[in-house]
Design a protein around this ligand. Structure first.
Ligand code: IPE
Ligand code: IPE
Ligand code: MG
Length: 239
């Protein structure tokens, strides 16, 4: 029989385990985050090579502000570096970058960099790469509901006409299909407030590998495991 390869159209990743990776090496946690950034860069290239159309990664949650001041500021510095690097990678790989989450809480320089990254890559077509920063699914819904309520108040939206699609259109992922596959590294079996609406029927793959140890083989394993599953709903397959 001709085995058709099932590639998930949209892969979401909870990149967890940077801290543990560093601690196991007696290194400061920020070294784990720095290594994690390198792995992310490679993962963008690998995902595009595998034919994935959308890659969404959880980089900084609304809850992550509660970490030590030292760790949060190290993450902000890294983000500044990474934004510049990513612009290069995105151009090389013909990838369009999209930011989800609430960016206005970041320093003006960072916000500028994020806006530039989205703007300069807007015409790239090979893959959409969405980065979730200062993102929490409950916060995303809260922000979406404020806009929805405003539209109702302005007479632009009839409450009884609100469908599931309408709700989706008020979320940060409005122009993206729901993820087909969710990967979480480091073995934790929870969603940590990531894409709660969009993950309704997503297949889940958890690996014990720490994020800085993730690589193309691991991505391929997750994709292969997805290919063997029977989906219940959703999951339009591209290739
Ligand atoms: C994920 O790694 C990166 C961020 C949340 C920013 P962690 O920092 O959560 O790593 P662990 O879970 O402590 O190992
Ligand atoms: C999830 O990892 C968030 C990101 C990967 C950015 P966390 O390490 O923050 O999640 P919890 O604290 O284990 O739930
Ligand atoms: Mg963690």
């Amino acid at each position: 029989m001709d085995e058709q390869k099932k590639i998930p159209r949209h892969v979401a990743i909870i990149m967890d385990g940077n801290g543990r990776w560093a601690e196991r090496r007696k290194l400061p946690r920020k070294m784990g985050h720095a290594e994690g950034c390198k792995v992310l860069e490679q993962t963008v290239r690998d995902a595009a090579d595998l034919g994935i159309d959308y890659l969404t990664v959880y980089a900084f949650s609304t809850e992550n502000w509660k970490r030590s001041e030292e760790e949060v500021s190290a993450l902000m510095v890294l983000m500044g570096f990474y934004i510049k690097k990513l612009l290069k990678v995105a151009e090389e790989e013909n990838v369009r970058v999209k930011i989800i989450g609430e960016r206005s809480r970041f320093a003006p320089d960072l916000v500028k960099g994020l806006n530039k990254l989205e703007y300069e890559t807007r015409n790239n077509t090979r893959m959409v790469f969405a980065i979730a920063i200062n993102y929490g699914a409950r916060d995303e819904m809260r922000r979406g509901m404020i806009r929805m309520a405003e539209d109702v108040k302005a007479g632009k939206l009839e409450p009884t006409a609100i469908t599931e699609q309408t709700i989706g259109s008020y979320l940060d992922t409005a122009d993206m299909p729901d993820p087909d596959l969710l990967i979480r590294t480091s073995g934790e079996l929870r969603l940590s407030n990531f894409l709660l609406w969009q993950l309704a029927y997503t297949e889940i793959y958890v690996t014990d590998d720490l994020w800085p140890d993730f690589n193309k083989e691991e991505l391929q394993k997750a994709v292969d495991s997805f290919g063997k599953r029977e989906r219940r709903y959703g999951g339009r397959l591209t290739k």
